[in-house]
Design a protein around this ligand. Sequence first.
Ligand code: MN
Length: 337
Amino acid sequence: MASGAYANVLEALDDIADPLLIVCHISPDGDAIGAALAIAYYCDSIGRSYTLVNDDPIPSRYDFLPGTDRFVLTDSLADPFSVVVALDCADVRRMGKSHGLVATDALLINIDHHETNDGFGALNLVQPEAAATCLVLYRLFRAGDTAISKSIALALYTGIVFDTGGFRYNNTTPEIHLAAADLLSRGIEPFLVADRVLEAMTREQAELVRLGLATLTVHDSGRIAYVAVDQEMLAASGATEGDVEVLLPYTRSLSGIEVGLLFRERADGSIKVSLRSREFVDVSSIAVRFGGGGHVRAAGCEHDGPLAAAVDDLVSRVEQAVDEAFATHGQRHSHLK
Ligand SMILES: [Mn+2]
């Protein structure tokens, strides 16, 4: 029998009287989509009706997951829901406009793994040490002795692969390998997931990489690198805003770089900023200063723009953080240069 937060969340999910609104964060990624679909498949198995919603379309790379076509855009819904589950959202802002579909007296269930999660739910299952929200769900289903179907396994494995970077990041634990082994034993194909989630690139994305890399800038310190994508590059490549993520690996992965940043200009002129750090800098605390959030090694925030101002503001703040981090750790890791 499940106890504590697991029992409370399972009880809320199992109360099939009301339809469930399933929300994951805007600009949804593999963990958000996998977690939302796992809950949807669970609802299917217990006969609960539900609506999967997001402000943004699901990127086509996730088409291999059954049910991505069941997501509807927030703008197409009007009536509020009395039971809502938010997945992989650190705060209500990450729910975007879909937060407007939460009735004032709704039971809001918050399932997440972000250090910066503010406990916004009526029920909170938040495990910051878990690599992925999909791992939190795996623990939940195991705690409840829930049958994990092949579909649920595929969705959870997808989130785990995404948020661990294919089992490469430091959040990769013995537990998560054991969870992955259990999920794989349910008949899913690991290459299919790794290919779609981590490797496959459209021609538009490849073109965007070509254009974006022309903006790659390494800061004088040699420890900060960034790429800045404007609307013109998006138009020229034929890529969408969601495609810009393909440029992320080219910043932090440069030898010697501690913090990599990716700036993207939106149609309204605002700037979305993604931050990644290699070993020392807590980028979530930088993101929080700009009204964002995330994890120690991966975080994001927004900036009003224009692009050049966002670059100046973020890079100077990151510079301070890098200086502080290397004042502490630089001696031991001077070989990085
Ligand atoms: Mn996540």
